[in-house]
Design a binder for this molecule. Sequence first.
Ligand SMILES: C[S@@+](CC[C@H](N)C(=O)[O-])C[C@H]1O[C@@H](n2cnc3c(N)ncnc32)[C@H](O)[C@@H]1O
Length: 249
Amino acid sequence: MADIGKPPSWDELAEWWRETFTRGADVEYEQQILPLAAELLTGRHLVLDLGTGEGQLARHLVRAAEGRRVVGIDPSARQLANARLASGGPVYARATGEALPFRDSCFDAVACCLVIEHATDADALIAEAARVLAAGGAFLLLVNHPVVQGPGSGLIDDKLLEERYWRIGPYLNESSSEEEVDPGVRIRFAHRPLSRYVNPACEAGLVLTRLEEPAPPFDFLTDSLDLELESAMPRLCAMRFERLADRQE
Ligand SMILES: C[S@@+](CC[C@H](N)C(=O)[O-])C[C@H]1O[C@@H](n2cnc3c(N)ncnc32)[C@H](O)[C@@H]1O
């Protein structure tokens, strides 16, 4: 088998990410992810964007609410350099989600958008998000929907049997795999069942207050083989947790 080498780091992916997914380039971000995140964080003033990347969500959250302050952190220096170039209000620091450089209980909200699938220690990241939340604060976790978008899942167009259906892969098996998301662009994703996100959050003193599984935006499905089927299969899963007021400090 040919040696395909190590997957690129987020520093190496930064230009591709900026051109392909930010500044209006991606229908799902524009029509779904950014507005949904802003809606689910209504009323939160001091927000941490954990794994901010090029900062598009951080900027959107600043624009969406007057007086809101947003801090973005990311381990990738190149992603942060692009975020700083775009400016738009947020401030940035280099850090990982598993070891946040902030004191306890200092944010009204933590947003974590399509990041935890790339983190090696999801439990530590969730515990850190909970630690930095003030009482009543919100943790918004957005993930690729693990039930219907996990490894081995997707639309099957069976020409022999003349049927189209959605296959579900081995949902309960935690795994880490590389996917070619664009020609020549490989990214490593961790797959975890939903319980592996919800239960650590509950153990960290958070409660689930909203779960959204929106249909893909219509404009995303313009080349769909089966519009009826694909519009019934969510790509995104958004979970909003809130910190109980009586956690021991
Ligand atoms: C798919 S991008 C999403 C960026 C941004 N959240 C957005 O939605 O536009 C994933 C980002 O997660 C960051 N990341 C990967 N592992 C991380 C970790 N352990 N803690 C924090 N961020 C991480 C990467 O550097 C990358 O910028």
